[in-house]
Design a protein around this ligand. Structure first.
Ligand SMILES: [Zn+2]
Length: 254
């Protein structure tokens, strides 16, 4: 009698068959500083997620699919360009995300037992801005598109050849839902500008959305808020405040 076939490996599709573009080359290479072999880069910061993620858009289509965060990777950065932003840019995004989450439980905050108002939370605006640029470059490159080199420069703190505007997508005074689970943890959209020479995008972290561009923008004829300095909202213990530090930004060379 012939031996029964056995299944020793279950290959899950389609998420595992997804192929990103431009692999095998470091996208930060034009500005130098490459070191080590090409490594796996998580398109969206791994530390922000549990192991399972739901992804849609781009090559995943509008329906989307559930996959592992480990599969949302592409070999598009060298070892050195992959590791440094983990300690700076990714760390700033993670820190902000945790501040959003902790603001929901003011009675569990440090000092809350003596009913003290929450202390100011600080986040490096520059590193958060670098996280925007890095995330944008990841998605662009992995989808076969070319990001504006200015974003590569900002992501790696090189002097930028053009100014970068990092606008708050909401109006000043507008209420935002932050980290309440209704928005994706990381959202990225390429925005179409009137002039195709501009590479404009929106990136959001748990409901906190920014529009990043190299051309100044207006919204309904009003200037938009560039580089938010303070986010503030009321809690049972008084205002919860997050302060962004934008010092040490790379200079613009014109
Ligand atoms: Zn590199």
């Amino acid at each position: 009698m012939p031996k029964k076939p056995t299944v020793d490996k279950i290959v899950d599709t389609p998420a595992s068959s997804v192929k990103f573009a431009n692999q095998g080359k470091c996208w930060a290479e034009p500005f130098g500083g490459c070191g080590g072999p090409i490594t796996r880069e998580h398109l969206a910061t791994e530390a922000l997620f549990q192991s399972k993620v739901r992804v849609h858009g781009g090559i995943y289509g509008t329906e989307g699919t559930e996959t592992s965060i480990r599969k949302l990777t592409a070999n598009i950065l060298c070892r050195d360009h992959n590791s440094e932003p983990g300690r700076t840019a990714d760390a700033a995004a993670l820190r902000l995300y945790r501040h959003f989450q902790s603001s929901y439980k003011p009675m569990e905050l440090h000092g809350s037992r003596v009913l003290r108002a929450p202390i100011d939370r600080r986040v490096s605006g520059v590193n958060f801005g670098r996280w925007f640029c890095k995330t944008h470059c990841n998605y662009m490159v992995a989808h076969g598109m070319t990001p504006d080199p200015t974003y590569i420069q900002y992501a790696f703190q090189k002097p930028t050849s053009k100014p970068i505007y990092i606008y708050l997508a909401a109006d000043v005074g507008e209420a935002m839902r932050l980290a309440d689970g209704r928005d994706p943890i990381v959202g990225w959209k390429q925005l179409l500008a009137d002039d195709p020479a501009y590479d404009c995008f929106s990136v959001s972290l748990s409901g906190f959305e920014s529009v990043v561009t190299t051309a100044p923008l207006n919204r309904n004829g009003k200037p938009m808020l560039d580089r938010v300095r303070v986010l503030e909202w009321p809690t049972a213990l008084g205002p919860f405040r997050i302060v962004f530090d934008w010092s040490k930004e790379p200079p613009v060379t014109t």
